[in-house]
Design a protein around this ligand. Structure first.
Ligand code: F6P
Length: 319
């Protein structure tokens, strides 16, 4: 293999730049040529492809977002779109591809591999919902952004003695909600992976009130319902002054944490090593601090779950 490509796709996540840097530098270290594909699969279809040099990735390790830009591409879900992408790869003489993104991006990588084009997935999403890795690139940064926001909300919640419902991202995944809730001592955490009982949530808030608790924090993952809906239900049931904050896309930005930069550097470099070893259709990950890789089909077939022990613990600590 002489020439590889790299793209970022789907929702961006802090640390994607560090991963691109690792792919480019590791490839050049091994005397490969690297091409950056802008705007994810859309850019691949359109031939938005440029050669990258060592300096192309200078001064980006600490920056959020992705220097290669990103997109969600409907056309690449079709056979025609995939064939157009492969034609472009051939035109540029690219023999292997690293795709940095979440589960949607992995489906594109899976298709490319099925069509015989060696592709490696690097997990980049704030949702932490890719099977085959304990952590995805960007999760730790987003978690710390959420924690920072909740700490601030807690100050005003205390001053005004209010109940706050905070909606965090996670269309199908509750990791951000669970980890930030545990880190911030939230009274209730609602995640899409576990059933919740509104009566129980109200009961918990009431017991707190009876003990003299003057404010409460409830964290809702967007995949489990809207913060506003939970806010209304609590207000109605308890006649409590309630405020709702939807943290939104603020969670996707910002300078990556040290953890995410190191994770991105390790996973990006590993993806290049795997291409050089002739691997295709695999996803890299980290499990118990060891770099691992799994068949992308197997990873995608698994359903993401939260750590149920941690969920139980959060309930035990917020009695
Ligand atoms: O996949 C990551 C994610 O941040 C989800 O948590 C969220 O639902 C979604 O992206 C939002 O995507 P968009 O940027 O298209 O609004």
């Amino acid at each position: 293999m002489k020439r590889i490509g790299v793209l970022t796709s789907g929702g961006d996540s802090p640390g994607m730049n560090a991963a691109i840097r690792a792919v480019v530098r590791k490839a050049i270290f091994h005397e490969l040529e690297v091409y950056g594909i802008s705007y994810g699969y859309q850019g691949l279809i359109n031939g938005d492809i440029k050669k990258m040099e060592l300096g192309s990735v200078g001064d980006i390790i600490h920056r959020g977002g992705t220097m290669l830009y990103t997109a969600r591409c409907e056309e690449f879900k079709t056979l025609e779109g995939q064939q157009k992408g492969i034609e472009q790869l051939k035109k540029f003489g690219i023999e292997g591809l690293v795709v940095i993104g979440g589960d949607g991006s992995y489906r594109g990588a899976q298709k490319l591999t099925e069509h015989g084009f060696p592709t490696i997935g690097v997990p980049g999403t704030i949702d932490n919902d890719i099977p085959g890795t304990d952590f995805t690139i960007g999760f730790d940064t987003a978690l710390n952004t959420v924690i920072d926001a909740i700490d601030k909300i807690r100050d005003t919640a205390t001053s005004h003695e209010r109940t706050y419902v905070i909606e965090v991202m996670g269309r199908h995944a509750g990791d951000l909600a669970l980890w930030s809730g545990l880190a911030d001592g939230a009274e209730t955490i609602v995640v899409p992976e576990a059933d919740y009982d509104m009566e129980e949530i109200i009961g918990r808030l009431k017991r707190g009130q009876e003990r003299g608790k003057k404010h409460s924090i409830i964290i809702v993952a967007e995949g489990a319902g809207t913060g506003f809906d939970f806010g209304d239900r609590i207000k109605e049931a308890m006649n409590l002054e309630t405020r709702v904050t939807v943290l939104g896309h603020i969670q996707r930005g910002g300078s990556p944490t040290g953890f995410d930069r190191v994770l991105a550097s390790r996973l990006g470099a590993k993806a290049v090593d795997l291409l050089l070893e002739g691997k295709a259709g695999v996803t890299v990950g980290i499990e118990k601090n060891e770099l691992v890789y799994h068949d992308i089909n197997e990873a995608l077939a698994k359903k993401h779950t939260i750590d149920l022990e941690m969920y139980k613990l959060s309930q035990q600590l917020s009695i």
